[in-house]
Design a protein around this ligand. Sequence first.
Ligand SMILES: Cc1ncc(COP(=O)(O)O)c(C=O)c1O
Length: 396
Amino acid sequence: MTYGFDAPIDRRGTDCIKFDRPELRGRASDLLSYWVADMDFATSPEVVEAICKRAQHGIFGYTDPGPDYYASIDDWCSRRYGWHVPADQVVATPGVVYALAAAVRAFTAPGDAVVIQQPVYYPFSSVVEGNGRKLVVTQLAFDGERYSIDFEELERAIADNNAQLLLLCNPHNPVGRAWSALELGRIADICARHGVIVVSDEIHMDFARPGHEHVPFARISGESGCTYIAAISASKTFNLAGLQTANVVIPDEGLKDVYRATMLASGYSQPNVLGAIATQAAYEYGEPWLSALKDYLEGNWKLLGDMLAARTPELKLIEAESTYLAWIDCRALGYDAKALERFIEDEAGLWLDCGGIFGAGGDGFVRINIATQRAYLERGIDQLCSAAGRALARLK
Ligand SMILES: Cc1ncc(COP(=O)(O)O)c(C=O)c1O
């Protein structure tokens, strides 16, 4: 079956934040947009069908997903990742960022230290600081090509601050690492030694690229005795972010009770009915679509890599192991954070996430969401390369 990923779909007028009302986010209306992490593709036909069928019923009252919902999550994680997820460990939440924030509130007290590894998806810092906890930033090590974890620095940051929680991005947005079992094992050992709970955000787990694999934190935590929770969702994988549905896996009964109590205190009880229907259909029937999507994305990765290498090799694409987010080192342009933002918008005519918002180590980089029609991606890369070519010529 072909899914027509090349066919443009006009998202304007759907109130999507990627294209509609850019002025609300301080952007000009004529920019090509590659910022927020959702896709310009229709989700799998089976998901659309399941939503339509449920919508026909006409009543959308309070709903608790049943055993089939939980079985679909377990099947997906077991089959693809060797990760058995029993139903009684799963708590549905209205999104992964909500899940992270709830973990911060549930497992730490105001003033407690929470560690993150920057550059990282920006809500990691806001859910810590916004809840009055102490943000402890460690920076990923970068050798110019690849990111890794400075385990000594991580342990020092945890010990010096008596940290209670680590927010782990696995795989890592924006740097694209799919952490290995070895790396996750070392994190688990450190956190077990210091009594730190790991909150593993695995929302991008289904995008491991050829030659790489997603290792669920759950699979390696056992030996170390490290306590963890993991947040997953079909939202990135199947382009369902607007349905605001995620699942948190919490093996420890006590932690689960505290987590549930925190959710109730925030006023949340049952999940969005259409989000649950879509999640289940995606996990039950969506695998062929996902497989085709990932093939298509590989073509986009190749296009991006080839165009940058041919036209502006000074801009270095960091080899992503997962996600559909390209992280590009633009430091050769010599701009500071503000100037790079102006360059991207005014000279390249693009709406991207510039690296500074991802925190320490982000300045001088840009993130491009490649999950779009290839022709649209090509236009954006062309504009980036042309503008970069002019900027580099000015430097000479
Ligand atoms: C690492 C990571 N976590 C969470 C989210 C958002 O999750 P949600 O929309 O379920 O809150 C994103 C979206 O880009 C992400 O990259």
